[in-house]
Structure formats: C-alpha cells, structure tokens
Design a protein around this ligand. Sequence first.
Ligand SMILES: Cc1cc2nc3c(=O)[nH]c(=O)nc-3n(C[C@H](O)[C@H](O)[C@H](O)COP(=O)(O)OP(=O)(O)OC[C@H]3O[C@@H](n4cnc5c(N)ncnc54)[C@H](O)[C@@H]3O)c2cc1C
Ligand code: FES
Ligand code: FES
Length: 1303
Amino acid sequence: MSLVFAINGQRFELELSSIDPSTTLLEFLRYETSFKSVKLSCGEGGCGACVVLLSKYDHVLHKVEDFTVSSCLTLLCSINHCSITTSEGLGNSRDGFHTIHNRFSGFHASQCGFCTPGMCVSLFSALLEADKSKFTVIEAEKAVLGNLCRCTGYRPIVDACKSFALDVDIEDLGFNSFCKKGDTDSSSLIRFDSEKTVCTFPEFLKDEIKSIDSGVYQWCSPASVEELQSLLEAFKANSDGVSIKLVAGNTSMGYYKDEREKNYEKYIDITRIPELKQIRENHNRVEIGAVVTISKVIAALKEIRVSPRVEKMFGKLATHMEKIAARFIRNFGSIGGNLVMAQRKQFPSDMATILLAANAFVNIMSSKRGFEKLTLEEFLQRSPLEAYDLVLSIEIPFWHCETNSELLFETYRAAPRPNGSALAYLNAAFLAEVKDTMVINCRLAFGAYGTKHAIRCKEVEEFLVGKVITENVLYEAITLLGNTVVPQGGTSHPAYRSSLARGFLFEFFHTLITHHTTEKPSKPLPMLSSSQHVPLNDEYYPVGKAVTKAGASLQASGEAVFVDDIPSPKNCLYGAFIYSKKPFAQIKGIHFKENSIPDGVVAVISCKDVPKGGKNVGMKTGIGTDILFAEQFTVSVGECIAIVVADTQRHADTAANLAVVGYETENLEPPILSIEDAVKKSSLFQIFPFLYPQQVGDTSKGMAEADHQILSSEIRLGSQYFFYMETQTALAVPDEDNSIVVYSSSQTPQYVHSSVAACLGIPENNVRVITRRVGGGFGGKAVKSMPVATACAVAANKLQRPVRIYVNRKTDMIMTGGRHPMKITYSVGFKSTGKITALELEILIDAGASIGFSMLMPSNIIGALKKYDWGALSFDIKLCKTNLLSKAIMRAPGDVQGTYIAEAIIENVASSLSLEADAIRKINLHTYESLALFYKDGAGEPHEYTLPSMWDKVGVSSNFEERVSIVREFNESNIWRKRGISRVPITYQVSMLATPGRVSILGDGTIVVEVGGIELGQGLWTKVKQMTGYALGLLQCDRTEELLEKIRVVQSDSLSMVQGNFTGGSTTSEGSCEAVRLCCETLVKRLKPLMERSGGRISWNKLISQAYAQSVNLSASDLYTPTDTPTRYLNYGVAVSEVEVDLVTGQTTVLQTDILYDCGKSLNPAIDLGQIEGSFVQGLGFFMLEEYITDSEGLVVTDSTWTYKIPTVDTIPKQFNVEILNSGCHEKRVLSSKASGEPPLLLAASVHCATREAVKEARKQLWTWKGEDGSSFQLPVPATMPVVKELCGLDIVETYLKWKITQ
Ligand SMILES: Cc1cc2nc3c(=O)[nH]c(=O)nc-3n(C[C@H](O)[C@H](O)[C@H](O)COP(=O)(O)OP(=O)(O)OC[C@H]3O[C@@H](n4cnc5c(N)ncnc54)[C@H](O)[C@@H]3O)c2cc1C
Ligand code: FES
Ligand code: FES
C-alpha cells in the first residue's frame, strides 16, 4: 500500500512499508523535500514555526477543508490523501510572492524571519476560514495567536493581519509602506480573494481518493469500529503481545516527548472510523465522536440551539475550549485524545474540568469489559486506560432545570497567557441551579492545579445545596474548599493555585449577594491598537528612508536560507550533546542505557578526540578561552561532556537521551551553588581594571548630608533565556589539505573561526566560517555559538565526514544559560525632598563556571544605573565563580539590571517618604553638568542631552498627569482590579567597535557588499544597503535613486572578510555602515576622474563599463575604527506604562505604553521602530513573564515552551504608542544616527513599576480590611501572576469576606 499526498501541488507517493510510522511531517518536509519554509523551533507544538496548511477533500460533499497543523507533531502517515501547503507554496521569488508575503514585508513584520513562514501560513488559513464570514479585525488579532516571535514584539505582525480585515480603519494600521496616516485611499492594500488564491487541494489528488486499502501494516487505518476491534483482538492474541499506539492527532507527543523515542510495533490510526468522527444531537444531549478535533467541537457547541440557557452554557464551554493550546493544535488534536491524556497520564486538561462540571459521559470500548458508558468522573477515577482500550464518544447533556430557577454556568482558568497557548495554573468550571440566591443544585469542578485529574468538590457542593448565599456562607464554603484543593507535593506555586480555587468560587457566587457591589461592571479589554510617530529624513537619501527590510519577502516565503536549511552534504552525520547533570563530579565514563548502542550511532566524540596539536578549546576570544569538552571533572550542570554522532538528527538526539554518564563525587569539595558561597570561598573572577567602572564623588559625605537613609536593602534578580527561534546550529565540512568549512549560526564568526583553528590545531587560514543569517541571537549566539561549531568541527575532523548539529530546544535551554543572576545590597541617603545624596552598592554577580564575556557586566550595570544623579556613587562589584552554568550576555546585559536597580531604589525612597515615585524620578534626573560628572566624555555635547525634554514631552503626549488622576479614581471605585501608571527614563551607554567592510562593483553595474556584522534580524543589511546607495550616490550619476536595487549584501565569510569582530552592543549596524561608507568614498575617488572626463551626467552602468574598460579597481575594503570619535555615547528614552491587575488571579494586563526614543537621525526609521518595539517586548518578558527556574544543582527546569513563557500577542500592551525622536545633528555619530537594538529593552521597566503601583493600591485596600500596614514591599522580577497575587494577598477573598461580615 502506498501513501499518496501532495505538497505545494507536487505529488508524493511513498510505499507505506518503507516509512517509519513515527516520522513526522516536519522531518519529511525538511529532510526529504526541497521545501524548507517549515522551521523547527520547539518540536512540541508550542511555537508555530512549523505550521502548515493541511487540506482534506470530502468526495461526498465535494468540499475542501483547510486548516493549520503543527507539522512537528503530525505523523507523516496520517496525511494520506491530504494536501499540504507551506509558505513557499503560497508564493515565492520565482512565481511571485503572495500578497501575504508582501504584506509582512511592507508592514516591517519580519526581522530574523524564522517565525515568519509559520505566521504567513497561520494568517492564510485564518483568511481562508473567515472568507465565508468575512475577515474582521477581531479575527485578525487572533490569526497568529500561539505563534511565537522573539524579534518584532508582534505589533507589526498584528497590523499586517489587520490590513486584510474588512472592517479595518486604515488610520488604525501601524507604520507601513502601503499607506500613510491620513490617507483615505487604501487601494494599495489589496484584499484577500480566496478564489484567486492558491489552490490548496490539487485536482489530481481528488481523483486518487478511491477506496482505501486497510490492510495490516505497521501503520493501520481501520475503517470501522468492527475492523478496529478485530485488529485489536488479533494483536492481543499474539503471544508476544504486540505494542500498539492508537493515533488520533498525535499532538500529545508535544507534551510526552519520550513518545518520540518509543518504537511501537503497530500504529493504529483511528481517525478514519466514521463512528468516531460523528457529532450527533438529540433532545437531551450532544454526542461527540472521540476523534472529533477540538476546533470542530468548538464550532459544533456554538451551533447548539436547544434553549437559551443551554446555548449560553455551551457557548461558555466553547469559549473556554478556544483557550486550549493554539489553533494549529486544536485543529488536529481530538477531544478523546485530550481526555485519554488526562485519564491515563494525569495531563492538566481543561477539557476534563469543564466537561466534569457539565456532567459529561464517556462511552468506551475496553478489552476487558466491552462497551461501557461512564460518567466522566468515573472515567477519570478509573485505573489508567490500557493501550487496547478505546474511547468512542463523549456525551454532554442539555441541562434542564426547574422553570423558576436560574442556571449559572461559568468556566475559569488562570494561565500566563490569557488567550491560550499556556497550561493553566488551575482551571475550574461551576454549574449551579439557583432560585433567587438559594443554591438548589451545583457541580464544582477544579483541575490542573497539581492533581491526578480534575475533581469535583463534593463537600463544598453538599454544603452549598439548600443554602442562601450570604457572605458568611460563602466564607465557610471557601474555607472548606481550601482543605480540598491542595496541590500534590512538588507542584509549583501550590499556595497560589489553592488561592485561585477560592478566588474563582468567590467570583462565581458573589454576584448573588445582592447587597454586594461597589464595583463598576467590568468593561471588556480593548483591542490592540497603536500609533507610531516616525521622522523621515532625506538629507542622506536613501539613508533615513523607511526602506523595507532586505529579503523580507524571501523570509516570509521561507526561501531565506538559515544554517539548517543548507542541504546536508553526502555522507553527512548529525550530532547531539551529552551534557553534565552534576555540578562538580569526576567523570567515570559514558555508556548507553541497557548497554546497547542505540540505532544509527556512529561515534561518541569527547575530549579524547581533540586532534594532536589541537587544544580542548570551545571558545577563544580576546578576553580568554574556555574548554569544549569536560575533561576529568565537570564544573557545572549543562556543561558539554561529549557529542554523540549518528546517521540522523533524531537518532543522535535519542542516543544523547539514552546516554548515561558515570559520576563520582566522593572526596570532592561540595560544589559552589550560590553567590554567597562563592564569596565565602573567595571564588571570584578578576575583573580587568580598565573594565571596572569609576566611582563618583564621596559617598560618606553624601550620606552625611542626607536627611534620611535606607541601609542595606536587598534586591535579587534572576536569569532570562534568549529564546531565539532558531536554536544553536552548525555544519562542519572537512575540505582538502586539512582544512574545514564551518557554517555557523553565530554573532561572532571571527571567534568561531579562531576557536575551531585552536581546537583542531590547524592554522587559521585552513578554516572558513560562513554565516549568512541568524534566526535571532540576542547575545546567545556570541560566546555560546562557538562550542557548537567547534564540536561539529572536531567530529567532522575525526570522522572525515560532514557533521551538523541542530540543538533541540531543551538542550539549548539547558546548555546555553542566560542572563546573569545577581544580588544587590544598597544603602541610599536622601533629603526630605527626595533628592538623593549618596548611593552605595554591593553587587554580587553569578558569572557561572567560566568567564565568557561576564567581565562586561560591571560597567554595563553601572552605566545604566547612572541615569539618575545619585549625588555620590560607590560600589563593590564581584564576579562570582560558581559551579553553575556559565552565563551569557543577553540583549542589554547588565544594563537592564542596572536600570531596574535604579528604579527599585527610587521606589523605595518614594515609599519611605510617602511621595510619588514619579516626583522622585524627576527631581533626580541629571542636569548636563551632573551627567558629565557621571559619564565623563560619554556624555557628549550639552545639546545632545535630550532626556529632560523627552521626560516632559512624553508626559504631554501620553497625557500622564490626567491619567494619574483617572487611575486614582479607578482604584477608588474598583475592589477587584487595580491600576498603576509609571513613567521611567533610561540612559544607555554604547561603545563603537572596529568593523570591516568591502564594496565591489560588478561588470553589469550591480554592487556586492560584505561587512563584518551579521544579519540577526536587526536590519543590518538594509541599513548597509542604504548607506552604500547614499555613498555611491554622491557621484550623482543619472538615476542614482535606482542604485539601491542594484546592491546585494552577501553572507559573512571569515576568510574573505577578516576582523569581522563581534555583532552585538547595538552599534554593529552603524559600524558596518561607516565601514561601507569609507569603502564607497574610495570608489567614488577612483570613479570621479572618469565622471569628470565624461563631461556631464552619465548613467551608472555606462560609468562602470568605462571603469572596467580602463581597469579601474572597483573593489574597495576598509576597516572602520572608532579611534577618531569618542568610542562611547549615550542613548535616551522614556516610557509611560499603565497596567491593570486582577486581584483574584494576579494577572497583569498592560493597558497602554507610550515610548519616546531618541534615535538621532535614524538610518532607517522602520527598522529602528522594529528594534524599539521588539526589544521593549523582550524586556516585558524579563520583567513580567519569563520564569527561569533551576533545580538545587543548577539544572534548568523551565526547559520547554510548556514551562518557559515568552510574550505572545495577548501579553503586549493593548495600546502601544512609539515616537522616534529625531534629535538632529550629532557630529560624532555615523550620519548623526544612534543605536536602537538594546536600549529600549530597559523601557519595559515602566511596566514593572506600574505593576508595583497597582499592587501598592491592592495592598493598601487589603491592609485597610485587615487593619494593618503593608506599605513596604518589593515586587520581584519577573512579576508573574503568582508573584503579583501573593503580594495582593493570597487570602484576599477571605479577608474581604471577613471584613464584610464585621461591617
Ligand atoms: C502545545 C499544546 C498545548 C496544549 N494546551 C492544552 C491546554 O491548555 N489545555 C488542555 O486541556 N489541553 C491542552 N493540550 C492538549 C491537547 O488538547 C491534546 O494534545 C489533544 O487534544 C490530544 O488529541 P490528539 O488527537 O492529538 O491525541 P493523540 O496524541 O493522538 O492521543 C493522545 C493519547 O490518547 C490515545 N488516544 C487518542 N485517542 C484515543 C481514543 N479515542 N481512545 C483511546 N485512546 C486514544 C493515544 O494513543 C495517545 O496515547 C495542548 C497540547 C499541545 C500540543
Ligand atoms: S516547531 Fe512545531 S510548534 Fe514549534
Ligand atoms: S522575526 Fe519573528 S522570531 Fe525573528
């Protein structure tokens, strides 16, 4: 039997017997076809990078059904007779890009581009789906919900989606290249027309859907329950006991990743069985077949029209189900699959909880008991289903109650992302039949809180039945509930989860208490909207123009080539890391579980394989070196011990999981696992004196002048993971004469180059490192890319075969590390006015086991902290050497912590004086004189110090003062929601680095540019192109404006462009632009005489032909060095953020953010805008969402998209306004431009500060109820829901009720 399907209209036929049934669609697409737009980022259904459109044809109804699925979880065998459309299938560079691709490009919605193809397919599918009902702005906002992007901050992506909505007001669309604010003509925004669009299901495939052969192969597809039954019986009868797996959508593999490694003898696809696919409705219930997908269940429930109360209840069930996973999971994941996961493996299901409250039934067919109908409760309480047991259907009854009673039904969930794509901390659903305020009957279900399965709280139900709801009754009910909803040991945030249960029960019943309600009815939160004020500047045309990103459409169609998209050379092998799980131990050896070599393994490469003459070096930079493979001892968890090399990436990953490292810890000192311990043991890294920042003034004097002092206050800050969408990857190919070519996803190819050469012991001219583009770096692909490339090179050298590694997400999270955690102790002196006179700090930084670039941290922390005039400033900073993973420098390294420390101090001062933090900020802003004292020559000229005027300007543009009063009023009239607003300034020091460039003009007049900087998504190539256009345009040939089209920036090649240096620190674009400008200056000088000789204007192409004829050298290279300018300068920005905190769940919604950022004369305002928004949202993740947790030995436990939550569309500011300030001429800058890559990340502190304000209000209220004082508190980072809730009172509802009762 063969498997027949289509991909992008192309027919594929595979012999079923030749396919490993565990092969995913993604593996097939990426490894067996030329289609590469489908990206692997998480491999667990949590990011959307791999989304494809799956189309099925119903040959009875003659209808094509299209929907998205995550190809990383979809099994190849389950797509028989389906058609797949990927982003390059929508359009491409050869056949023409699709409107969606162009829209992403024109809205500047693609930066690194790794997420973009998945985004495009998600939008395409949403447009197809909505075509019948017409695509609206509401649907546009949901189109990419669940797709992650780490670069853009989502705003431009949402705008690109909205631009297709029929009800869009073009005034509401963000900055784009199609229409400007004020335009009334939207004709450039072509509407989406599904009739004219891509054919998602080719005709030839329709003809092939004939009768399906349901023979018995390793993959079986029975066509009826009877057929399935006989198959199961046959397998069961087999004396050897056949291992089987029933497959519906297979999305459970995203959670149970070990499933990937199991080799079942039989896979039984149950999705073709008609009985399991049906939805049947009769007068008292709806019965849903077990394989019906969640999306179809949602649609069906919304259609039920039995009675208004049933309709309402089913509507609520459907709305809750829309928060299960992402659309591309709901489209393939089944209702039955979900319940089986909950029943068999304690999955924290929403479905089980809400259906439990709805009194659902489950029909099952078990091998032991035959057909049975169970209540969902019985089903969940049963011992786990066996592999041969089948769920047939789920029945949801229509709840009928007495005519004079009311049916209340509500569902709840608290999760880090409000609209789904995150498991709940707790979910609940309550059904109650009430007469006036008396409870006649109720069902209270809770789940996902660290329980075996969803439960009903019968004790509370029984207590409530027959009772009139009063505050006293509710208080008792809640107290009872507190004893029942208790998370199992080991569950995170147990007290928070229990408090949610009590909060939700309160929310449900408190509306019945007639005399309650001081609260205004809640308004739905606004839709996303934004505004951008972007200065355009044509002084250096085309520099200053908002040119769309070079290659953006190519990124959208997925044709842009990343390292893992380079086809594997012949004989290629694949590697996976074996990392240490012990912080400090002797390595006794490595073997595999059961002592058998796993499938496909070719070698295990460790320090023994470093060639003679080479050194065990995995990182070599100007600052130092670090080892590649652990030798005798491990020095931290997550350290590389070896790589296992196999014939496929999957085999390598599986083998690495099966590897067992023998450790011995006897007679060893205990590892250093805290900074305190490191200090105690004097385990510190030396900081080069020139990298240690300078103190300012005399703090003893400043302290003496103070009216007040706060002494030895402590702050702790944790880590943050990069979460670039493309994980670490490299490909090493041995070449002639003992040389090697390495393709590396790196921000530092020059250092990858020297690391590889040092490790292999070969001259540097035997190594070539090629980097075309990087799918997000954020600092994580600086130092940490080096060992990946070097390990590939060692393996390739040893085996003399190409070796590539694409590090899986979990390993990447465990091995790469993140931001530096630190502990800060400070003493601050201040006047009664709030003017600070002295600040003394002790900062202990956890640098981990090796130094990396940690030495930059002290000056960065102090650089950002100096944004205020502290009077005098002294500090003692220690870089602690621990047995924890070596830390990396993540976007705004140190600076983000420095800014936060400053704000925490300001807030503490404000709180101790009972003054507004905003007033304390203002009074401590620098004058130019104090700025110059704190920053020395970095302060620039007086006119360049724009911060004070920006502070006032954003105050006006954001309506700050008025909104402060509105927030105050809101807080007075709302009990359960509190708002906060905060304005935060930032100062960010950057340094220019030496950067090379080369510009070459080819015979046809086209221009090729090489730079040392790497395109990471930050728009470097685009700015470089513009600069080349500007600098060559100075020749003033005819049609100079067309030059831009002739320029191509090409990949970085470490042999062609030496001294490439380091892409980071926000200034590489400027440096690369300046290098290119210098090259162009040389070329212009060489071409000028020809121009002059031509006597008048001449076309570019003619000029170049003449130059070729006269052998003018048309290639120029140069190295920009920052010696002629101060190497450092300051960047400024101010943000105002307003948030709303839900006191029952602790959820913070960012209602509005207004940013004003000084870009000098922006080289490309569209790109700078993208950098500002993107880094702000990454900062929002750091301050509010991203919980980076390790176990007691330092091993990262938040190691997946399930546990590590970066921002999504639903967590960005609802109203997001950005203004770029053109602060005019900066003589010493590159064409007066300033940096934008990192500084705006710091502005996200405004969200944290606003949250603190809201929490302050909540605590004020709580402590009034309690009659105590709770004004002094610290809001930790990240201020996640549990953290916020804890500060607002885990017992808030009980306290409120107690207070009410005593009133
Ligand atoms: C990224 C992601 C996020 C998610 N978030 C949530 C969430 O927030 N809330 C929530 O409730 N769920 C969530 N889920 C779970 C999701 O709903 C389930 O993965 C999905 O419903 C499972 O259906 P499936 O058809 O893919 O099952 P499969 O993966 O095909 O099957 C799951 C298991 O059940 C068995 N099985 C399947 N069907 C039957 C049957 N009819 N009879 C007997 N055994 C069967 C299979 O053998 C397998 O062991 C999430 C899933 C993912 C991947
Ligand atoms: S790679 Fe498939 S969802 Fe992330
Ligand atoms: S552009 Fe979205 S992840 Fe980079």
